[in-house]
Design a protein around this ligand. Structure first.
Ligand SMILES: NC(=O)c1ccc[n+]([C@@H]2O[C@H](COP(=O)([O-])OP(=O)(O)OC[C@H]3O[C@@H](n4cnc5c(N)ncnc54)[C@H](O)[C@@H]3O)[C@@H](O)[C@H]2O)c1
Length: 315
């Protein structure tokens, strides 16, 4: 299996380290910054040239949000399997285009929403089978200051990040809510820029109500004084299940032991990158369908993009 990676920034390095650990050859990397290609077997500054020359089995897309659609479509059109970081895209109209390219390709598309692979999330998914969920809450309280937003020109802008805390930090929690509780039929709420006025164009705080079979509520902010573990709370048949990246509690009692292996990158990303990447390669080698494909990976971002659209139109 031959891998290639586009975007050797914060998360690109996490993918590289997981590939190394799993003994998968990283044949080439592409980054527009020459220093980020250092140490690679072969380095490119143009992803199209890399894909045409290398014909990789798997292309990892770890670039800023606004570049995802074009890179996914190009790689799929050239028969590669593609593992793209979240969010799939920042434009509603691109979702159908990506899914059409996926359907037409001999390659598969996977979306890196790795929190589904946390043992705590997997426990929740199993526990909730056949149960009626009364309601659910998601909470993301992280600290992202001006220094964080200065670390990449693409951050904090509608045109390049496509939004703020919701599409970037809280997308995993939106994904978990929809994975466990189903898709909303409507989404309402509000968003604000509380602490980062003049620093970012996008929201640093949002409060969402997702109406549907299971009513869900989400509070997400980048204005917390420190990072708190993201949390999903599900109320079902008289019991309360709390899901954190590293543990789950049923009526306050731990139901899954803490596991210290498999941490890559910042702890709040969860433990899932290693498991998700291993599963993707397993599916590619066995030619089995990878479950977190374009359709699955678009569910949460569709909700977020519909919400942004409604806010923009004052609805
Ligand atoms: N799954 C997770 O938990 C998680 C965590 C962090 C980031 N991410 C996602 O990973 C992606 C990248 O985020 P990041 O924090 O690593 O960003 P980053 O800014 O640190 O890295 C992006 C890299 O892409 C490179 N790049 C930009 N334009 C390029 C182009 N045209 N061709 C090739 N390379 C190009 C940049 O030079 C940079 O090295 C985003 O989609 C982000 O949301 C996911």
């Amino acid at each position: 299996m031959k891998a290639a990676l586009i975007g050797m920034g914060v998360i690109g390095k996490v993918h590289r380290d997981v590939l190394r650990e799993q003994g998968i050859e990283l044949a080439a990397v592409c980054d527009v910054l020459p220093e980020r290609r250092e140490g690679a077997k072969r380095g490119y500054d143009d992803y199209r040239e890399m894909i045409l020359r290398e014909s990789p089995d798997v292309v990892h897309i770890c670039t800023p949000h606004y570049l995802h659609t074009e890179m996914i479509v190009f790689a799929l059109e050239h028969g590669c399997n593609v593992l793209c970081e979240k969010p799939l895209t920042i434009h509603l109209a691109d979702i159908d285009r990506i899914i059409a390219a996926e359907d037409a390709s001999s390659g598969m598309l996977g979306v890196c929403l790795q929190n589904r692979y946390n043992p705590s999330s997997a426990f929740a998914k199993r526990y909730l089978v056949g149960k009626k969920i009364d309601r659910a809450f998601g909470e993301v309280r992280w600290h992202r200051d001006a220094g964080y937003y200065a670390s990449g020109e693409w951050r904090g802008r509608w045109a390049t990040e496509g939004g703020g805390v919701l599409i970037n930090q809280a997308i995993h929690t939106v994904d978990l809510l929809q994975w466990l509780c189903g898709d909303p039929t409507d989404v309402t709420g509000s968003m604000q820029n509380i602490s980062l006025k003049g620093v970012i164009e996008v929201e640093d705080t949002a409060h969402l109500h997702m109406e549907g079979e299971t009513p869900c509520e989400l509070f997400a902010t980048n204005t917390a004084k420190e990072d708190h573990p993201a949390k999903v709370k599900v109320v079902t048949e008289g019991k309360t299940l709390e899901i954190y990246p590293d543990r789950a509690l049923l009526d306050g009692e731990p139901v899954h032991p803490e596991r210290e292996d498999g941490w890559y990158g910042k702890r709040m990303y969860g433990k899932g990158h290693s498991a998700l990447i291993a599963h993707f390669y397993d599916c590619v080698s066995k030619k089995e369908k990878f479950p977190l494909d374009g359709r699955e990976g678009s569910r949460s971002v569709r909700t977020v993009l519909i919400f942004y659209d409604k806010c923009r139109r004052g609805m």
